[in-house]
Design a protein around this ligand. Structure first.
Ligand code: ADP
Length: 581
């Protein structure tokens, strides 16, 4: 029954205001105004009949005015789609009605007078607070007018016959209660609309922020890859040099057996040294290209980060300036190593671009010390400096003075955003023709963080014991090499992760060394299945990776907190992880 009544109300208000509103909220507001006008028109109709019957023309005119302004507001709603204006018209109608009613039923002391005070509330609800304030003023004026009229003995005509007054007063009071009920309904519905609107706004803002963050991260990564592209020639040089004697020495050993023991040892030592250099460079590049996890700031070994950055640009620096790096020993900052390296590489690249002339005349210096805010890093060059008009725009995205293909203009904008992301700062001083200094400040490292590689492998053994180790990797050469490296232990190898899982069910291993990227089953899948089938072995897993990690894999590794060995494996590192109990 109630439901049907509600449907009729909706249909009636829809008929009044139309349904082609651009927003659902506006539509609801319009319906509300129309609904209230309908409710108000019922006593209006009764009054008109009453006044026409007793033949008071001017009262009938006042009521006609009420009804016409109510109609005008409905039409306004329907054709101009402005609920606020319609609300104001509606309240005006209400005002006419109540003033007439109050005047005709006892004036200032009459039962209808109290109705007047409802008007501003309706005005505020149907339109807005300002309209409410205007109507408060009107009602106050009317009140003062009535009060003055009565004080000065102006005859207040009471058209309600004596015998009807109690009944009229009852209906008026009922009407007032109804009006207050409607007002409360409006408040509740407004509140709902308001909170929904707020909720929607919050959701869309959140979505926009997420989009921006994503875009920002992509931009940082793109800029990093772009600068890696610029560095690729230098990197190739750094790799090809040592590879010349790695390959040369190994071929010499393979083809010529006439070397004595000492010469053989030297050939092997040099080849190993070259391979280590390449491996270190690749590791540095991985640090640089890795997408850092913004939420997780680590303790950063500042010297190592500066070293990595210097190596990345080393080959370019060598041909344009005398390079000097001074770092206070043991300096640690709080932040992300990859991000710090990215910032320093960018500063060094810019400095190199600004250096002209002979190597002996140019200086490029990095200094790092502790300071009151944490860690202070300065990158100083004796290049051409930055002109005053350029200085203002330096951190603006896409601002560059370099030729197309030489600069993206994003380096410093991104550097600043990275520094701020680590709760640090970046600023510069430059004198045209003399040189430029960039200053970085980072918070000092705290000691609350447990480092990931301090996670231990749960084996109830001591380092002297022979461990049963399963190595899972799809590359047979890697398996052979690890078996050789861990020769003193019982090492079993498996090139198929599914078969490895089966073996784990049959035998008990102290350590399971597992590659992350495998064709038949990825390392993370292997780990999850092992956890499900052999929960006790989960803490025996050590991961190995060639370095190319997807964001999902990075997230997985961070979540499981297992040790990770990065290839190429280092014998000492491998042994220390294996024997750590
Ligand atoms: P990009 O290097 O791609 O141009 P950046 O944001 O890293 O973008 O640098 C913006 C501009 O700032 C550069 O084009 C250059 O004009 C100026 N600049 C930055 N560092 C230096 C410096 N050490 N010496 C002179 N000019 C610099």
């Amino acid at each position: 029954m109630l439901e049907r009544l509600w449907k009729w109300v909706i249909a009636l208000t829809d008929w009044a205001v139309g349904t082609d509103w651009t927003s659902e909220e506006e539509h609801r507001h319009a319906r509300l105004v129309a609904g209230v006008l309908f409710v108000m028109s019922i006593p209006g109709l009764l009054y008109s009949v009453h006044f026409i019957v007793i033949g008071v023309v001017w009262m009938a005119v006042a009521v006609a005015l009420t009804i016409s302004s109510a109609t005008a507001s409905v039409l306004w709603l329907r054709y101009s789609k402005k609920p606020v204006t319609a609300g104001v018209l509606g309240v005006t109608a209400f005002c006419c009605l109540l003033t007439t009613s109050a005047y005709s039923t006892g004036g200032f002391y009459g039962p209808n007078f109290a109705w007047l005070y409802v008007i501003p509330v309706f005005a505020a609800l149907l339109a807005n607070m300002r309209t409410g304030a205007v109507f408060t003023g009107i009602v106050l004026l009317v009140t003062v007018g009535f009060w003055l009229a009565e004080r000065h003995g102006l005859p207040i005509v009471n058209f309600i016959p004596e015998e009807e007054r109690s009944v009229r007063s009852l209906t008026d009071r009922g009407g007032a209660i109804l009006a207050i009920g409607v007002a409360i309904a409006i408040i509740a519905s407004r509140e709902r609309l308001g909170s929904k609107k707020l909720g929607d706004a919050y959701d869309s803002l959140k979505e926009e922020m997420q989009q921006r963050e994503l875009l920002h991260d992509r931009m940082i990564h793109t800029e990093r890859l772009a600068s890696m592209g610029k560095l690729s020639a230098a990197v190739a040089h750094e790799i090809n040099n040592p590879m010349t004697y790695v390959i040369g020495n190994l071929q010499a050993l393979q083809e010529d057996e006439a070397y004595d023991e000492e010469e053989q040892a030297e050939l092997v030592r040099d080849a190993l040294d070259g391979a280590m250099r390449v491996s270190a460079l690749v590791k540095d590049m991985q640090v640089y290209s890795r997408t850092p996890d913004k939420r997780q700031h680590d303790d950063v070994d500042v010297e190592a980060a500066l070293d990595t950055a210097a190596k990345m640009v080393g080959n370019r620096v060598r041909y344009c300036a005398q390079f000097r790096m001074e770092c206070e020993p043991g300096l640690r900052a709080r932040g992300s190593e990859a991000q710090l390296v990215q910032v320093i590489v960018n500063l060094l690249t810019n400095a190199i671009d600004a250096l002209e002339g002979a190597v002996e005349d140019n200086e490029l210096t990095i200094e790092a010390t502790a300071c009151s805010e944490g860690v202070w890093i300065e990158v100083r060059d004796t290049g051409q400096g930055i002109p005053n008009d350029v200085q203002k725009k330096l951190f603006e995205p896409f601002f560059t003075t370099k030729d197309i293909g030489q600069g993206t203009g994003m380096g410093l904008a991104i550097s600043r955003s990275l520094m701020e992301g680590m709760n640090g700062s970046i600023r510069f001083e430059s004198t045209p023709g003399v040189g430029t200094s960039f200053y970085l400040v980072l918070p000092a490292a705290g000691d609350e963080q447990v480092k990931a590689d301090e996670v231990t492998v749960s084996t109830a053994t001591t380092s002297a014991e022979v461990l049963k180790i399963l190595v899972v990797d799809d590359d047979a050469a890697v398996l052979r090499s690890i078996r050789r490296m861990l020769g003193s232990h019982d090492v079993q190898t498996e090139d198929d992760a599914k078969r490895a899982l089966q073996r784990c069910g049959e035998e008990r291993y102290d350590i399971i060394l597992c590659d992350i990227m495998m064709p038949s089953m990825s390392g993370d899948k292997f780990y999850s299945e092992l956890k499900a089938t052999q929960p006790t072995l989960e803490s025996h897993v050590v991961f190995m990776t060639g370095g190319v990690l997807t964001p999902n894999t990075e997230e997985f590794l961070a979540s499981v907190d297992r040790p990770v060995l990065r290839k190429p494996l280092n014998l000492d590192e491998l042994r220390s992880i294996v024997t750590r109990s």
